[in-house]
Design a protein around this ligand. Sequence first.
Ligand code: ADP
Length: 494
Amino acid sequence: MNIAILAAEVAPWSKTGGLGDVCGALPGALAALGHRVITVSPRYKAYADAVDTGVRAYIHLYGQTHEVRYFHAPDPASAAVAHGGATAGRCHHLFVDHPSFHRGGIYGDSHGSYGDNLFRFALLTRAGIEACTRVPLFDGEPLGEDVVFHANDWHTALVPLYLDALYRPAGRFRRAGTVLGIHNAGHQGAFAAHQFAGLDVSSRWWPNTDFSGQLNLLKTGVVLADRIVAVSPTYAREVCGELGFGLGHLFGARGRDLLGIVNGVGEEWNPETDKHLAAQFSADDLSGKLVCKRALQRELGLPERDVPVLALIARLDPQKGVDLLMQALPWLMQHDVQLVMLGSGSAALEQQMREMEWAYRDKARGWVGYNEALAHRIEAGADMFLMPSRFEPCGLNQIYSLRYGTVPIVHATGGLADTVETLNPSQDRGTGWAFRSFTADAFIDAMSWALLTWWRFPAEWRAMQQRGMRQDWTWERSARAYERVYAEAAGRRS
Ligand code: ADP
């Protein structure tokens, strides 16, 4: 198949969260299965490995014609694993260059979202469609019109609208299927109705974009895409209700075309090869994990003692439920434990993290900021990982934790419910704790079980770690599921 993945973020070039991770890793896994894949994302800055292809496109939007240029980089991961370069030749990353993308942030800055985001992402979407026939990437040929478009979140959700409104009436992309990926339905790209006029499509398409009198890009994709993929099965059910943030009934109406696929985890999150760690380890030999724990305690200036280390890494956003941990903190700090938090975002929560450090100097560390290397060392060095998210479409950190033998304690929502099974020692089952009600009491209850098991039942603890570490969270598993959906989307058109 020919697959075009359009997204606002593609890691490692651009990333604020799970969206970037998925769009950075899935393409290489699809190419390894034999497909031809491109990603198209903005050129937010001058990426060292991306070169100008010399190809231009001229896109009409907001009553004017805009020139975009395409930059190109090969896929780093598939280049590394390719045998004889065969896989590397099948996966390409394109970056759309336009002055409106050259800013400090991806979506906004300290003043809020950029005022021209509708223009920026409509431009990206159009440029992504155009790239398929313009940029010669595969032995001098472009990807072509027989493609499956994989749009992601509201930013590129206009793909099916543009195909229906502009391209198919002109006889183009007639057999192209469309898949809309839902990473977070909380952000929908809602704009004032009058902005519709800038999109360069006839007003007869307005009903497909109108939601409560506003232009809503995610709604457009939900209504018009051939298939919709949420990032976990539980989340696919949840978006049909409250977590659809107003679009629940529309998601529900697409029920037969809506499914969930849990994200994979890249090879950079493999404790056997992770270069950030003081020692590597595996399910068969966990000795390196203790080395990592001591190194983490030393790095953060915590006493190098044999006590449970609990960790949390997150964007400090109300979604992540860090407030629940703050409520549980006095209880937790009564115990002989250490707590490590890494995150940035809400100023109030950052301040609480600093205060926590002052209040519990021998027990707690709150590292404010974004630090990828430290995130790896925390995943490796901690014993338990806390993820009390209010909602969590998929979640990656709990999967990293499973791979690193760091037992996850999670709120049973979205992808957390699909990936973490509560310990049941009598049946040799379970990989952590998933508490059901979103309350500090339920969270404390789960942590109590975890602490008890860690102190009193080391053999059960180790077996639980190993069960988690041996699960298959590779991108290959996810890519095979996406492959089926793409085939369905393409089949619907042909
Ligand atoms: P979301 O996409 O909602 O932020 P996910 O769990 O799906 O949540 O993905 C979060 C990603 O961002 C993970 O790769 C995580 O390690 C990373 N991350 C979040 N905050 C930080 C931070 N402060 N430092 C380093 N990595 C972080």
